[in-house]
Write a protein that binds this ligand. Structure first.
Ligand code: 3PG
Length: 305
């Protein structure tokens, strides 16, 4: 069977080798499509494959409809908002993700971005320290949990809001749980976002919520740009020169943010939270194993549709 790895942003070479070993070790064929520049290349590549691994690549209805033999698609990563799940289901394609496999890389970047903001983007001026500050973890999943763990090493106080995780389980890790999202934003100097992008969360980080941030409040986004109401963020930053916004996913209005609030924003050139060799190997190899387990044994653990 043919297993396609389609990555606009390629995995580290070691990860591709790891995937190749798993696939060819099972006597299946690996097809590689990297750094493609047009969706027509993806549509052409999916035509005769049985399974595929993607990252943030867009598996739209058009792509999935063109994949006549496709039985399973695995998003090597956590967020699967780039897969049209309804189209996958309609085409009898099983969709999966690989939760937890790239979390440490994202958590390390979130903390790194906090340090960067605290040191005024390394401008050479007197900044501040993370020690003794409160970090609010907005969603205590695989990444949020690790951010909390690392933040403790910095001497930060860790607070979390996550209505989907049992309060006692979070508290058992020495993390303070707040019952409302408003409380999180009003009490923490740093907010680290870890919510997925879906119909309920899009633009949910709005002016009302953001304006609760204390003096010097910093929003760190290593989740998805869609969850932030950019107009609201801009309104707040226009009113308050103390607020900072650092993000691994450039907002749509990146140019305006950078022009108007240069000293208080930082955006990575390309989403790079999960872009480490370790995360690529973990997520890529897990995806390959999940595909084989599904094709050989019907195991659909981590199915999302
Ligand atoms: C994820 O959802 O796992 C991260 O956003 C990583 O995305 P990437 O594989 O495109 O780097």
């Amino acid at each position: 069977m043919k297993i396609l790895v389609a990555t606009d942003k390629p995995f580290a070479p070691e990860a591709v080798e790891g995937i190749r070993k798993v696939v060819e070790g099972a006597n299946q064929e690996l097809v590689l499509l990297e750094k493609y520049t047009d969706k027509s290349q993806l549509i052409e590549a999916v035509a005769d494959v049985d399974a595929m691994i993607i990252r943030s690549d867009k598996a739209t209805k058009e792509v999935l409809d063109a994949a006549k033999n496709l039985k399973v698609i695995v998003r090597a990563g956590a967020g699967f908002d780039n897969i049209d799940l309804a189209a996958a289901t309609a085409n009898n394609i099983v969709a999966m993700n690989t939760p937890g496999q790239n979390s440490n890389a994202v958590a390390e970047l979130a903390i790194g971005m906090m340090v960067m903001a605290a040191r005024n983007n390394y401008a050479g001026t007197a900044g501040s320290e993370l020690k003794g500050k409160k970090v609010g973890i907005h969603a205590y999943g695989n990444v949020g949990k690790l951010v909390g763990k690392i933040a403790k090493g910095f001497g930060m106080e860790v607070v979390a809001f996550d209505p989907f995780v049992e309060k006692a389980a979070i508290e058992a890790e020495g993390v303070t749980v707040v019952d409302t999202v408003e409380e999180l934003y009003s009490t923490c100097q740093y907010i680290s976002l870890h919510i997925p992008a879906n119909d309920k969360t899009k633009k949910s980080i709005n002016y009302d919520l953001l304006s609760k941030m204390p003096k010097g409040g910093t929003l760190v986004n290593t989740a998805r740009k869609e969850v932030i109401d950019e107009e609201g963020m801009m309104k707040l930053m226009t009113e308050r020169k103390d607020v900072k916004f650092v993000s691994d996913i450039a907002p749509d209005s990146r140019d305006k943010f950078e022009a108007d609030f240069a000293a208080n924003v930082f955006f990575t050139p390309k989403k790079m939270g999960a872009q480490t060799a370790e995360a690529n190997i973990n997520a890529g190899v897990a995806a390959a194993n999940q595909i084989l387990n599904f094709l050989e044994k019907g195991d659909d653990t981590f199915r999302v549709n």
